[in-house]
Design a protein around this ligand. Sequence first.
Ligand code: HEM
Length: 424
Amino acid sequence: MPAFSAAWWDVSLDPSVRADSHAAERRDATNQPFVNPPTDDGRLGLTYERYLHLDRLLDAQEPASRVPDERVFVLTHQLFELAFKQILFDLGVIVRTFESLLAMDDDAFRRLALAPLPRAADADGPEPFWRPALTAAARVRHIVRRILPAVMPLMGRGDDDDVLFSTLEFGLFRAFLTPSSGFQAASLRLIQRALGKTPALALDLYPGDVFGHNYTGCPVGHVAPGSPLILGEGYARAFPPDGSDEARVAAFDAVAHAVLTRLAPLADGLPTPPPTPRLSDPDAERLVARFRATLGPDADEAPVHRFAAELSDAAAAENRRRDALAPARVGAQALLARAPRSCLAFVLDRIVAADVALHAPDGDSFLTVHRKTVRQHVPDGSGTGGGGMPYLVTSQRFLFPLFPALVAYADLAAMLSEDAAERW
Ligand code: HEM
């Protein structure tokens, strides 16, 4: 079942529909507005409370304990879920924009794919076709870069600072939450799939005994972060059915590369770009070595061999995909040479930056800030889901960086910039 209601996705990217206030309003079969229909005597009766469904939103918290600090624990996770929902929506807007671009004839495609960003003084603003995608991409980066790290300190700042959230109080209710874990955050998994990380979610990396014990009654060995055993009822959200709006979001990386591929003919006369970076053997070996290290010196080698074989297959498949992206690479070269300050490049740059801000092993990325929080509040590094700190280090440092978003574009764009992190 798709994750979000049909109403959530009921948007139009057609500038003429958006500009017509009657056409833009959502209406039912009898032509009445879904929200704020006039009453029989013609008055409008919508309230703040009803528009925002505060009855449901504010009643959706059920703490497991009487410990006061648990309330902020619930709300913080819910704030993250709302932020993830907005990110998914914004990625969906960009995907739809790309899809309509791809459906155009060559002339219209080129005109819009190369459409420049307006100058600040240009009162007309950007090309209306691009407006929703531009704000969506800017928002995705802003949410990931600014909002998520700003909200996380409600769970403590991870530097021996318990001012905002008490480790001792956390210890009073944490055990009630087993085996649930942020590890089951399906919306984040869908975001990660949109950002090219589907193969990472299929690797049996996570020690699944706690999940196996609690959800199936029998311990299992290592399982994949995207396994139905782990995601439970969230599985359909992370792996939505074909044809759903959410499945279109999951295809983000592929659709963006298709747009770049279509730009390849514009590279005539430009030097051939360096090949798309491949997943290297040393990268894979480091991940396997890390997997072995988390098992300890006396562990059986069989799971390590299994994992190494699985990774080798995944890496081969990923490298075949990257080789097939050669035309997208040429298209990326064309875009960056012919229209580096285009709406399209603006959007792609922001998604690349958002991927870094979510996953980067260093700095202030969400996963780093999260890991500091875990270190602060869980001195033994254990997780309610069972993987704990060793898993978090493995996935952030050794796994996710192997599968960057927009792989045929990101490093070329970075090369254009003196400050490789960002172009504008
Ligand atoms: C006191 C606060 C928190 C603690 C102690 C904590 C602890 C952990 C631990 C130990 C894990 C590893 C999985 C496991 O073994 O259960 C984990 C994973 C995760 N947590 Fe948290 N967490 C906290 C807050 C949050 C918040 C606010 C979010 C926001 C959504 C979150 C999202 C996640 C995600 C997405 C993962 C999986 C990460 C990955 O696969 O790379 N956590 N958490």
